[in-house]
Design a protein around this ligand. Sequence first.
Ligand SMILES: C[S@@+](CC[C@H](N)C(=O)[O-])C[C@H]1O[C@@H](n2cnc3c(N)ncnc32)[C@H](O)[C@@H]1O
Length: 467
Amino acid sequence: MASIKRGQHIELEIEKFADKGKSLARVDGYVVFVHGAVPGDRVKAYVFKKKKSYAEAKIDEVIEPSELRTEPRCRYADECGGCKWQHVEYEAQLEAKRQSVEETFAYNSDFSGIEVPPVIGCDSPYRYRNKMDFDFSADRWLTSAEIDSGQDFDTDFAVGLHVPGNFFKVLDLQECHLPSAVTPKLLNGIRDFAKARDWKPWDIRNHTGFLRHLVIRTGEHTGDVMVNLVTNGYDEERIEAVSSFLQEEFPEVSTFIHTNHKGKSQNPQGRERTIFGSGVIYDVIGGYRFAISPSAFFQTNTTQAETLYEVARDFADLKPTDRVYDLYCGAGTISVFLSQRVDKVIGVEMVEAAVDNARTNAAMNNIHNCTFRSGDLKDVFTPSFIAEHGRPDVVIADPPRAGMHKKVVQQIADLHPERFVYVSCNPQTQARDLDLLKDYYRIDRVQPVDMFPHTPHIENVVRCTRK
Ligand SMILES: C[S@@+](CC[C@H](N)C(=O)[O-])C[C@H]1O[C@@H](n2cnc3c(N)ncnc32)[C@H](O)[C@@H]1O
């Protein structure tokens, strides 16, 4: 093992991208993961973690920059948890994601021959997010530039995003380039409004304060804007004041929601109340209109969601007689998107509110061949469910990052549809689940789609055919 010590400053040549946006260098074969580095960089780095098989380091200085580097657009790019790769050329980000999918599948010898084509990238890799969840905090993180400026800053109020790996401290963001332009304007307006009235932000250590989260959703193709202010308790006077402020200063806000969240968890959920507007916003995918309620899952990149669904639809090789099961269907977007190509679609989803949205969405688009069921997928496929809906010709599954429960994987094996399309935002759990199906299915095609530029995340679609 190389004689690297924690606390040491060392020079490194960066070899390649690694997991979670880090990059990899080697010292006599010993692996060092370097945060913020880019393949081709020569850097001086500080070793802050040392383990038996690897160390982790942070850059002190880029001695020779890689050709893959570019100037980040955002002043917070080096310190914010939102973007890890703004300093990497977009084409290089896409190739890094392609390689990571290929390596994830190649790790399993049964999948070693699988070729992963180039990632389908975004036409515009900024301003693509239709939802941002900002946190209020009584513990502000000052950036290096803020410290170097010598100015005095309020360190007991921040609203923005967490710095990576820090549960308490939040960057007080004045700009953010991932959501639509109205989002940072709203963030700044609401911050100024609340600070002028001395409203206290949430103190995560003592569980005190009023302001907890600010969730802003926008309809990319409709221009709708939803503001959801999450506070500790309901204070009618204050919420009415925010409501008047939004209506006067931000006429683009179409609906304002208040969520009362008194628990200790950082999850912005609780009792929702619509203060003005309809309580939902609308967006359009593939010519279909979808209602989005405050807590419903909706793909965060609307334009690329359409590309993703097109890939899934092509991979499913649909026929007019097909019966399709859309598993983890959320608000029914995939079901509705492919409904006109098939005989019928049965969508299954755990969150009741999302199932209600799915039914509304189908009806709103005059779609009458989709049925939606609520329930945990591991318990849904009872003999009576199969008797009622029939066995599927095609299954499309789009689970959360954790992947599918083993029981669900086994049930897909038992249902044994001719075609199975697996959409995933986590290729590692996707490969794990597909490994359990390898006696039943052959992987035919793989197609990654970039929904999240400037982050290491990737969405991957796999098409499997019955053996
Ligand atoms: C990645 S989202 C996909 C939603 C939808 N396909 C879309 O494109 O908008 C995953 C969905 O799975 C749902 N879900 C998570 N665990 C589940 C379970 N055990 N059973 C059923 N649905 C579940 C979540 O509520 C969420 O709506």
